[in-house]
Write a protein that binds this ligand. Structure first.
Ligand code: ATP
Length: 294
């Protein structure tokens, strides 16, 4: 059974002067259990609309989303999700501990479990020192980390995170990446949106690229990087004296190696030259990389 199953999801908003905005067009996507999936797209691509729809906050104009086989329209499906909204904000007169108590009760957790899980998630997100201070004194990064802490509180199996790295400094970003990696190690599923392409390369199994409400590509990160491999920059030396650098295209590598074995030259260094994820992403979004589309 898939953790998340998105079937033919579309969403139209009524914009200014009754103009319709097609924010999402026929999105189909399945996320397997235990996967970390990065959902990439430029501003206005439809990422938040997708996330709000699959967490049951807004209704799709068409299509369905299922969480572990249960429609998100049903509360029992939504209860299995840990959700971090884009730009979370809280009642700022409350302390983090009070707020987490509220969240725990919403998920009908027993009080002793709420207390224990509160300690766990505050420690994990390095917020224990601030636990009993009103949130009005929190920095932007602390609010963002508390947003993730509340998504973790009821220990769900699926995490849907809208821009989890946003507003964080490099330390905060590293911490959130570590938390996502730990969730994966525990067999949890994570679906998160981002603009930050390098975060996808480091922590995701697969990625999807969305633009103008349409899914342009879905692939494993490994495949994207492999497909982007264009060739190798190889430094060779002759008799250990003269060196030269040659560029060998990917499909010529085997033949080149055979030639090297037969010759008296030796290889000093091999450096893969590849398109990175950023180029892949930009190529798709600009419509310039038709070959990579599905
Ligand atoms: N409530 C709304 N009413 C009208 N149009 C909307 C509404 N919410 C979003 N849109 C439009 O739908 C499209 C998709 O927006 P969405 O917020 O899903 O994009 P996004 O990929 O999350 O963007 P960002 O990265 O900037 O948050 C955009 O054209 C946006 O202007």
């Amino acid at each position: 059974m898939n953790a998340l199953d998105i079937q033919n999801l579309s969403r139209v908003y009524k914009g200014k002067k009754g103009r319709e905005v097609q924010a999402l067009s026929g999105l189909n996507l399945t996320i397997g259990q235990g996967e970390v999936f990065g959902f990439l797209g430029p501003n206005g691509a439809g990422k938040s609309t997708t996330i709000k729809t699959v967490t049951g906050q807004i209704r799709p104009t068409e299509g369905m989303a299922y969480v572990f086989g249960t429609p998100v329209a049903e509360a029992s499906g939504r209860m299995r999700i840990g959700y971090l909204p884009e730009n979370p904000s809280f009642y700022d007169f409350m302390t983090a501990r009070e707020y987490l108590l509220l969240v725990g009760r919403t998920f009908r957790m027993p009080e002793d479990r709420i207390a224990a899980e509160t300690v766990r998630v505050l420690n994990l997100l390095e917020l224990e020192e601030a636990a009993d201070r009103p949130m009005r004194g929190y920095s932007k990064g602390m609010v963002q980390r508390l947003g993730l802490a509340q998504a973790l509180l009821h220990d769900p199996d699926l995490y849907i995170l809208d821009e989890p790295m946003s507003g964080l400094d490099p330390l905060g970003r590293a911490l959130v990446k570590r938390v996502i990696k730990e969730l994966k190690e525990k067999g949890k599923t994570v679906f998160f949106s981002t603009h930050i392409i390098n975060d996808v390369e480091v922590i995701c199994d697969r990625l999807g690229v969305i633009n103008k409400g349409r899914l342009l590509a879905v692939d494993s990160v490994a495949n994207v990087l492999e497909r982007g491999a264009e060739g190798y920059l190889i430094q060779i030396s002759h008799h250990g004296t003269t060196t030269e650098e040659v560029f060998i295209p990917k499909d010529r590598l085997k033949a080149f190696m055979a030639e090297m074995v037969a010759s008296d030259a030796s290889i000093e260094r091999i450096e893969p030259m590849r398109k990175d994820l950023e180029e892949f992403f930009l190529g798709l979004v600009r419509g310039g990389d038709d070959a990579a589309r599905q």
